[in-house]
Ligand binder design. Structure first.
Ligand code: FAD
Ligand code: DHB
Length: 391
């Protein structure tokens, strides 16, 4: 088999890249190790920046997102038992975010790819990438019981944090920056109306909590939990009781509980691998970087990476290597800003026992400053709604 761009991974980065390349008249094949059902069953992010919405529109997959997605013009920060609204629209000249689940983005991209007759090879085994530092790159794997090879001009490593692409780069060629946080997020999805019409981020002495949603009838809630905790340790009743304790009295009273549809723990990590290009191999999304989820930047960064990679490849086929030569540097400028924001928001909102009473006083002073100062609120708002693709 031969194609122009072999994409490893059918998560949001790989699927969106495939759709953007198709628009630019560039052929791609996606190789994914899991089944489509498995990919769709992963409950992850829920907040889209306008730049992500624009890229999904550009890719021709925005129709359902615009009818079913929820536009949010602000969030609420809760501490000391009181909520304070950060008004994104007022602070950023009218910008908003769209609440639309990663699962739905993925479903729309998969349907689009299927309808366009583009090749995605699911349940590929023993995927390996070769020759990306030579003129003849290729991908090898087992599919339907036979060994296969795809020869290609370029390989796009969109295979997530645990994928094969970053791992195939010789270690001396990579510089890795990492911070692991001493806690995780326990998430619950439930078919219950959201506690409030906007997201509530709570700093509480018992730990952070987040009230989010997927639709007017489906809620997504998170609790800070010990890194070594397990979802099986939490009954639904225990989850709801702990969430209620961390909310302000009005929200605690309004909260509607129900059976969990999904319950899982995600670890929190900051990670960047530099650079993002090695000859004919490009890394994009979680394959190159991870942010802690506070502020919902992970999926948006995956989208902005491929939003830069697709035009860079189109430029290459039109005769210029400028776009692919500057890809890594341009992505990393935006990535480090999102890393900083996610690290800052995580540090502000979570309970860090090791920082002691002084650390708690610092968090409290910063929260009061944040909700009382237009300058500080604006800094939060402009990062949350998303910085420009290139700045
Ligand atoms: P992925 O979505 O990880 O997709 C990579 C794909 O590559 C997968 O389908 C995988 O099966 C495939 N793959 C892996 N290895 C191979 C291989 N060797 N060969 C072929 N295919 C391979 N972000 C937020 O903003 N908010 C959240 O609440 C949030 N929650 C999260 C919870 C969890 C448990 C995780 C893991 C992430 C969460 N994120 C969240 C981050 C966000 O979901 C990711 O940033 C986003 O999925 C990145 O997309 P991606 O396409 O780069 O990677
Ligand atoms: C969601 C996740 C986040 O990390 C966040 O900051 C906001 C919302 C969510 O899953 O809905």
């Amino acid at each position: 088999m031969r194609t122009q761009v072999a994409i490893i991974g059918a998560g949001p980065a790989g699927l969106l890249l495939g759709a953007l390349l198709q628009r630019a008249g560039i052929a791609s094949v996606i190789v994914e190790q899991r089944s489509p059902e498995y990919v769709l069953a992963r409950i992850r992010a829920g907040v889209l920046e306008q730049t992500t919405v624009d890229l999904l529109d550009q890719a021709g997959v925005g129709r359902r997102m615009h009818t079913e997605g929820l536009l949010h013009g602000g969030i609420e920060l809760c501490f000391d038992g009181a909520r304070h609204r950060i008004d994104f629209k007022a602070l950023t000249g009218g910008k908003q975010v769209t609440v639309y689940g990663q699962t739905e983005v993925t479903r729309d991209l998969m349907a689009h790819r299927h309808a366009a007759g583009l090749t995605t090879l699911y349940e590929a085994e023993q995927v390996s990438v070769h020759g990306f530092d030579t003129a003849t790159a290729c991908v090898r794997f087992r599919h339907d019981g036979t060994e296969q090879q795809i020869d290609c001009d370029f390989i796009a490593g969109c295979d997530g944090f645990h994928g094969v692409c970053r791992a195939s780069v010789p270690a001396p060629a990579l510089t890795v920056y990492e911070r692991i946080y001493p806690f995780g997020w326990l998430g619950v999805l439930s078919e219950t109306p959201p506690v409030s019409h906007e997201l509530i981020y709570t700093n509480h002495p018992r730990g952070f909590s987040l009230c989010s949603m997927r639709s007017p009838t489906r809620s997504r809630y998170y609790l800070q939990c010990p890194a070594e905790d397990r979802a099986e340790n939490w009954s639904d009743d225990a989850f709801w009781a702990e969430l209620r304790r961390r909310l302000d009295p009005a929200a605690a009273q309004t909260l509607v509980t129900g059976p969990s549809l999904e319950k899982s723990i995600a670890p929190l990590r900051s990670f960047v691998a530099e650079p993002m290009r090695f000859g004919r191999l490009f890394l994009a999304g979680d394959a190159a970087h991870i942010v802690p989820p506070t502020g919902a930047k992970g999926l948006n960064l995956a989208a902005s990476d491929v939003g830069m990679l697709a035009p860079a490849l189109a430029e290459f086929y039109a005769g210029s290597t400028h776009g692919i030569d500057s890809y890594s540097q341009r992505c990393l400028r935006r990535i480090w800003k999102a890393e900083r924001f996610s690290w800052w928001f995580t540090s502000l909102m979570h309970n860090f026992p090791e920082t002691g009473a002084f650390g708690q006083k610092m968090q409290h002073a910063e929260l009061e400053y944040l909700v009382g100062s237009a300058a500080a609120s604006t800094a939060l708002a402009e990062n949350y709604v998303g910085l420009p693709l290139e700045q």
